[in-house]
Write a protein that binds this ligand. Structure first.
Ligand code: HEC
Ligand code: HEC
Length: 375
């Protein structure tokens, strides 16, 4: 890694600060390396709207980038990786825990295969991440990707990640409409401008009980209007979750890929094909199912909704199909449920013999029998 990372770190810190204080939409003003003009931003917004109206076809979800395939075969250097990580730390934090609002995801504990795939996808513009793109492009190639992932593997997960409400949440919450497909702003047309203005006056105000919350809604727009619009208001701007519903949905729809406690999967056993000799093909192949256990609730929710509407283009098309019919309460409940899982020993790929990834072992060990990316 030959770059002067301290200089880039300053730039990363600046973007981080902008993102935090001006809100996520400000990051869309940066595309590639140079700032965009107002005209370019309008054009980009229009293109984004068009893209949302017609999601690009799926199918590009597997690690197909040449770089990812190359990286999977390499052995990472933790020390080099630590140096590279100084840039990443500006957004993902030195702990690798991301931020509680889920703008920046937790990387600690994520499978290496998943990170390699996501970083390569971001670099190949197969997953849109305008905030991180310029920094992802500073990485020089496959070796740097593996190095930084090897360092991230030494970071322990956040023992107390920000979880969802886990039940009733008596407030009319909103999130930035540019980032969230569902938000209070989206119901303006449905409830009418006058009602909407009134509703905004109690936004983010917490009530002690359901009774008080419904009373406040009644008082704010009047009983008759509330009755008319109750369903749409509660569906789009109310953050309550139902963990029992989440459990049912998780077990039915997610276990196949994210496994029984959200541990994801970094390795698939390949089916044995009749007539094929045992050593013709490797028995296992790298898999890219992310750890969702212990990830920040709001990040999970945002990614889930982006995957549903096709905004995250590199998503697994089978997952997209699986979650097609999910309502907002379904989505909130299932990710609230899944984020509360804890990773267990043995959930990660082994690093150098006995040790688990993510447990901070400093000694480098070699094991020639394993695929290189697992060393
Ligand atoms: C300027 C801020 C910023 C910097 C610097 C940055 N990232 Fe990110 N990164 C993000 C954001 C924002 C996301 C989530 C994007 C989204 O919501 O889709 C992200 C997502 C990711 C993901 C995908 C996580 C997942 O669960 O799918 C990986 C892996 C990642 N970053 C690794 C890195 C590495 C490695 C570096 C350093 C080389 C880095 N990032 C530097 C902002 C940043
Ligand atoms: C057919 C397999 C499959 C099913 C079923 C599935 N997922 Fe996924 N999921 C994936 C894959 C693969 C990814 C990573 C996509 C990519 O490569 O960008 C993913 C990504 C995610 C992410 C984003 C994680 C991150 O770090 O960015 C969330 C959240 C998620 N899935 C939740 C769920 C939940 C909850 C369910 C059940 C309701 C579910 N998924 C069902 C395969 C699946």
């Amino acid at each position: 890694m030959k770059h002067n990372f301290l200089m880039k770190l300053n730039l990363a810190l600046l973007i981080f600060t902008l993102t935090f204080f001006l809100g996520v939409p400000s990051i869309y003003a940066v595309e590639g390396d140079k700032p965009m003009s107002a005209e370019e931003m309008r054009k980009a917004a229009a293109a984004k709207a068009a893209a949302l109206a017609k999601p690009p076809p799926g199918g590009k979800w597997k690690a197909t980038a040449k770089e990812a395939l190359e990286a999977l075969k390499l052995v990472g250097d933790v020390e080099e990786g630590e140096e590279i990580y100084t840039v990443c730390a500006a957004c993902h934090f030195p702990t690798g825990w991301g931020d509680p609002l889920g703008v920046f995801p937790q990387l600690a504990g994520q499978h290496t295969t998943v990170m390699i795939k996501q970083i390569s996808d971001i670099r190949a513009k197969n997953r849109d991440n305008p905030t991180m793109y310029p920094f992802a492009m500073q990485i020089e190639g496959a070796q740097d990707i593996v190095d930084v992932c090897s360092y991230i593997q030494t970071l322990k997960m956040n023992p107390n990640p920000r979880i969802g409400p886990g039940g009733p949440d008596w407030m009319l919450s909103n999130l930035r409409k540019e980032v969230w497909p569902i938000s209070l702003d989206k119901i303006e047309q449905k409830v009418g401008n006058a009602n909407f203005k009134k509703l905004k006056t109690i936004e983010e105000k917490e009530f002690k009980s359901k009774k008080e919350f419904l009373e406040a809604l009644n008082n704010t727009i009047g009983a008759e209007e509330f009755k008319k619009h109750e369903a749409v208001i509660l569906k789009n701007a109310h953050w309550e979750t139902d963990l029992a519903l989440g459990k049912t949905l998780y077990e039915k729809n997610c276990v196949k890929c994210h496994r029984d406690h959200g541990q994801g999967n970094f390795q698939e056993t390949m089916p044995v094909i009749e007539g094929q000799k045992a050593d013709d093909k490797p028995a296992t192949e790298a898999a890219y199912y992310p750890v969702i256990a212990g990830q920040t609730y709001l990040y999970l929710l945002r990614q889930f909704s982006w995957i549903q509407i096709g905004k995250r283009r590199n998503a697994n098309p089978d997952m997209v199909k699986q979650i097609k019919g999910f309502s907002f309460i379904d989505m909130k409940s299932v990710v609230d449920y899944a984020g509360r899982f804890k990773m267990q020993e043995g959930d990660w790929q082994e690093v150098g013999g006995e040790d688990e990834a993510g447990w901070g072992d400093d000694e480098e060990e070699e094991d020639d029998d394993k695929p290189a990316f697992m060393k």
